[in-house]
Design a protein around this ligand. Structure first.
Ligand SMILES: Nc1ncnc2c1ncn2[C@@H]1O[C@H](COP(=O)(O)OP(=O)(O)OP(=O)(O)O)[C@@H](O)[C@H]1O
Ligand SMILES: [Mg+2]
Length: 192
């Protein structure tokens, strides 16, 4: 029952988006997945509520227990966390088999990622580049920079797309690369 936690101290880096897309990708593969919303803002729960009706999210989205525990017995639990340094973030890191840190791929984004990597250093961690503009080489440069410091970076970047932005509050149709990201994460989980 692996646990993946999406963590970044900074807001708006695609934690919730990545959590929903990865859960969708897992569900499509026949994995019994749940999404645990540990953000007091309840963004993932809100997403699920907004998607109810014709095309609901095909997996359960549940609020986190406090203290954070996972004992649902599902094949995969994905935890979405709030930005900041709240206790629940520490708990989501401690409980995770693998921490995924989504970040943009600019020099400023890289500056902002180090504090998060410090608090996840005691757990297996992988950086996911999101909102990437393929017209620039920034993603490659940032990947090389992070890997030079010993930080694992997933090979699949998530491109900045209008379709991802519009998918908020719906069941994502196109996975926009998150299926490949899930493949990498499942591969990494075998080794942790
Ligand atoms: N690949 C992408 N392309 C375009 N827009 C994106 C992409 N990924 C995320 N976004 C948009 O970026 C915004 C922030 O995403 P999201 O809410 O997932 O971030 P977050 O890290 O969960 O934020 P918070 O810290 O506030 O919880 C949203 O409007 C979302 O639709
Ligand atoms: Mg969020």
């Amino acid at each position: 029952m692996p646990i993946l936690s999406l963590v970044h101290t900074k807001g708006g880096v695609a934690k919730t988006t990545s959590a929903v897309y990865l859960a969708t990708a897992a569900h499509r593969r026949g994995i019994d997945v749940e999404l645990i919303d540990a953000d007091p803002q309840g963004s993932a729960l809100e997403w699920a509520t907004d998607a109810q009706g014709d095309n609901p999210l095909p997996f359960p989205v549940v609020p986190a227990t406090r203290p954070l525990t996972v004992n649902s017995g599902r094949e995969l639990s994905i935890i979405d966390t709030p930005p900041g340094t709240a206790q629940v973030i520490q708990e989501a890191i401690d409980i995770a088999d693998l921490v995924v840190v989504p970040t943009g791929a600019s020099p400023l984004d890289v500056r902002r990622v180090w504090p998060t990597l410090e608090i996840t250093a005691h757990r297996p961690t992988a950086v996911l580049l999101t909102g990437v503009d393929l017209r620039t080489r920034l993603a490659d440069e940032v990947k090389a920079l992070l890997e030079g410091e010993g930080v694992p970076v997933l090979a699949t970047p998530i491109v900045r797309r209008e379709g991802v932005r519009r998918a908020y509050g719906t069941a994502p149709a196109n996975l926009h690369g998150y299926d490949d990201v899930l493949t990498e994460l499942m591969g990494a989980l075998v080794h942790v």
